[in-house]
Write a protein that binds this ligand. Structure first.
Ligand code: BTN
Length: 256
């Protein structure tokens, strides 16, 4: 059973993902469930070359260590699924049930409320051959953020922006830890069907036409989210009726 617990609490550091990976790689004594958390992250990392903005003391920025020996390398997207579900459950818990339908998982690693991003996930894995040695699940959840940088203002939100209250970071953290433990248990099931079904139903833009750019070819097209394959590829319906699977990082939603 996974029991997330804060192993190190930094008042300030560049990136909790980088710090935790450095610690794992230098053989420091760490256990599954150990969390590195910081009040102020000065060089937060996002997907690709993106950064992660968080005003010091306002939000949750932490990284969780896993040793997911039970998952094959080609099933590692399961980690994104369970983390996304823990985040959407936490957001629904604090932001109120009126917005429940609007809390969605934007493939592959973002959580949105309506059309605004509230959380991001950065999962990094250490592989040896075909085995997973460790996984670091980095989570940024906007909790009490009210001052987004101008470029993010139209597309970002926080729990306080949704419920109008200032929340205790420790309370939100503990609730998120409980949901992470709960959904991680489901990754041990012989079939991931229940995790996949829950994830599927919460996909952002599910069944809705939207404009996409296929980064590899430069093609722009209208696609309709139909689901996500077990290996993490996004299934997009095309206007000609066909369905195609797209690799991680091969696609950009043009409304971003
Ligand atoms: C994204 O939206 O592209 C992913 C953002 C992930 C941000 C979190 S904050 C804690 C952890 N440490 C990092 O440097 N990044 C992740």
């Amino acid at each position: 059973m996974l029991v997330p617990k804060v192993a190190r609490h930094f008042s300030r550091l560049p990136s909790t993902n980088t710090a935790l990976i450095d610690a794992v790689n230098t053989d420091q004594e760490l256990q599954e469930g150990d969390v590195f958390l910081t009040d102020a992250q000065t060089a937060g990392r996002g997907q690709g070359t993106n950064g992660w903005h968080s005003t010091p003391g306002k939000n949750l920025t932490f990284s969780l260590l896993l040793y997911p020996d039970h998952l094959a390398v080609d099933a590692l997207f399961t980690l994104s699924r369970f983390t996304s579900l823990a985040l959407t459950a936490t957001i629904r818990h604090f932001a109120g049930h009126e917005i429940a339908e609007n809390v969605r998982i934007k493939w592959p690693n973002d959580i949105y409320v309506a059309d605004r991003k509230i959380a991001g996930i950065l999962i990094q894995n250490g592989l040896r051959g075909s085995k997973v040695q460790w996984s670091v699940v980095g989570i940024g959840l906007n909790v009490n953020e009210t001052e987004f940088p101008p470029a993010l203002r139209p597309t970002a939100t926080s729990l306080t922006g949704l419920c109008g209250e200032t929340l205790s970071l420790a309370t939100v953290r503990d609730r998120l830890f409980a949901f992470l433990a709960h959904f991680y248990t489901a990754t041990y099931a012989t079939s991931n069907a229940s995790l996949e079904a829950l994830y599927h139903d919460q996909l952002y833009l599910l069944g809705q036409p939207a404009p996409y750019l296929h980064i590899n070819t430069g093609e722009r097209f209208t696609g309709i989210v139909r689901g996500v394959e077990q290996d993490g590829r996004l299934l997009l319906g095309r206007t000609d009726g066909g369905v195609k699977a797209f690799e991680l990082r091969s696609l950009r939603l043009l409304r971003d």
